[in-house]
Design a binder for this molecule. Structure first.
Ligand SMILES: Cc1cc2nc3c(=O)[nH]c(=O)nc-3n(C[C@H](O)[C@H](O)[C@H](O)COP(=O)(O)OP(=O)(O)OC[C@H]3O[C@@H](n4cnc5c(N)ncnc54)[C@H](O)[C@@H]3O)c2cc1C
Length: 393
């Protein structure tokens, strides 16, 4: 209890890296926090099993106020051998361990609805229980924002799925077409190939791009440090800027949009190149029709060629649109000032609805592309905590 009319002071919706990090910082500042959701649910159940983190180790730590619960601290505590490329299952276990170190309430139930309630909010949980909170921090990730090309909309879910649905790759069939040219597409194709599935990548882009192709620029010691931040988000120069979300915040929105889209454009990690050597990759091609015929999917491409596959795996990214968070009451979504689906957050990740904050990918339009990555948890949690501390005073 908070000593006020509310059941809790701060309710955080989502127990992924951003929600857990915010909880750590807010608790350390003496605030009463309850986190809602299954810890690391999206990472455990939404990501393709077998993937490796694209982000470097230094950029894969979930922030806490004393930097006590780092990835290294987890590896030491659990006896996990530190490796250069962090495996997906290590990161899931790390996030769950991080949560256990926190001294805050965790409600493993999903939030079914958030609506205004006087000067605060009412949260209804999936089992019907209701809780009131003075403030709500939405840290619900990108799960509902998956983009699916219209051409596949008539296919049944057994024949077409998005790579963030967490479907078991071994159950997709013998022939799979992967749509896309980013890390998710290329890594999914590599994993499918390695488990013996006949896979083809179909991408609109004429040429695949690879991250860090100027590797020699990363090996120039202090010069490289001046050119790239340790988070390694974005190309030369931009990488330094995006490491400072409070600077990015002041960049005019059009330029900021260009920086953001450039920093996260579709590209694969170079360590995928050898793994894709025997995978068919068709670039410069668009699927113009997709039909289910006799238990398979028939694809027509724009070069008039045809493919027959058992499954379409869409690795076609996501688009932030907070109206897709079904747990936010529609009237609450309407009250939030937005920029094309992103909440127009200001300092402290505050929205136009007093007491309602958004962190993570939904804040990237204002604070830049670092907010799409785990590396952004440090800035987001510190900024949020200072703002909520000020509000309290
Ligand atoms: C394939 C893929 C690979 C990636 N690789 C990397 C990488 O290598 N490095 C990196 O930094 N980032 C990577 N990312 C980005 C990654 O998604 C973010 O870095 C990170 O997950 C953001 O954390 P988050 O807490 O904002 O979101 P999430 O991790 O998505 O956590 C949000 C949580 O909120 C929960 N939730 C949603 N709605 C509710 C509700 N109503 N009630 C309760 N809980 C709810 C969800 O279940 C979810 O567990 C990758 C993303 C994808 C899709």
């Amino acid at each position: 209890m908070t000593g006020t009319a509310f059941d809790c002071e701060i309710a955080i919706v989502g127990a992924g890296p951003y929600g857990l990090s915010a909880a750590a910082h807010l608790r350390a500042a003496g605030m009463d926090v309850t986190v809602f959701g299954e810890p690391m649910n999206f990472w455990a159940n939404g990501m393709p099993a077998g993937m490796l983190l694209r982000s470097p180790r230094e950029a894969s730590t979930i922030s806490d106020q004393r930097s006590a619960f780092t990835l290294e601290a987890y590896e030491t505590a659990s006896g996990t051998n530190p490796v250069k490329r962090v495996a997906w299952e290590t990161f899931v276990a790390y996030g769950k361990w991080f949560q256990k170190q926190l001294d805050c309430n965790l409600e493993q139930r999903s939030v079914f609805e958030v609506r205004r309630n006087g000067s605060g909010f009412k949260l209804t949980l999936a089992d019907g229980a209701a809780i009131t909170s003075k403030k709500v921090v939405v840290a619900a990730g990108i799960g509902p924002f998956r983009k699916a090309p219209e051409v596949f909309s008539n296919l049944s879910p057994t024949r077409a799925s998005h790579c963030y649905e967490g479907r078991k790759f071994s159950e997709l069939g013998k022939r799979v077409a992967v749509i896309g040219a980013g890390q998710s597409a290329l890594e999914s194709a590599a994993i499918l190939h390695e488990i013996g599935i006949d896979v083809e990548v179909i991408a609109r882009t004429q040429v695949l791009r690879w991250i860090g192709m100027h590797m020699r620029l990363h090996r120039l010691g202090p010069i490289s440090k001046a050119l790239y931040s340790k988070y390694d988000v974005g190309p030369i120069g931009i990488s330094r800027l995006v490491a400072y979300p409070n600077l990015v915040y002041h960049v005019p929105i059009r330029l900021k949009d260009r920086i953001r889209t450039r920093a996260v454009r579709s590209a694969g990690a170079p360590w995928l190149i050898p793994r894709l050597q025997n995978v068919k990759i068709s670039t410069g091609r668009t699927v113009i029709s997709a039909k289910e015929i006799d238990g398979e999917v028939q694809l027509q491409l724009d070069d008039r060629t045809e493919r027959r596959v058992d499954h379409i795996l869409m690795a076609t990214g996501y688009r932030v649109d907070i109206a897709k968070y079904k747990f936010l009451a529609p009237e609450l979504v309407r009250e939030v000032r937005q920029l094309d689906g992103y909440p127009d957050v200001t300092a402290g990740f505050a929205t136009s609805v007093p007491g309602l904050h958004f962190i993570g990918a939904t804040a990237a339009r204002k604070f830049g592309p670092l907010m799409y990555f785990v590396a952004g948890t440090e800035f987001a949690s510190k900024e949020l905590t200072s703002a909520l501390r000020r509000d309290r005073r």
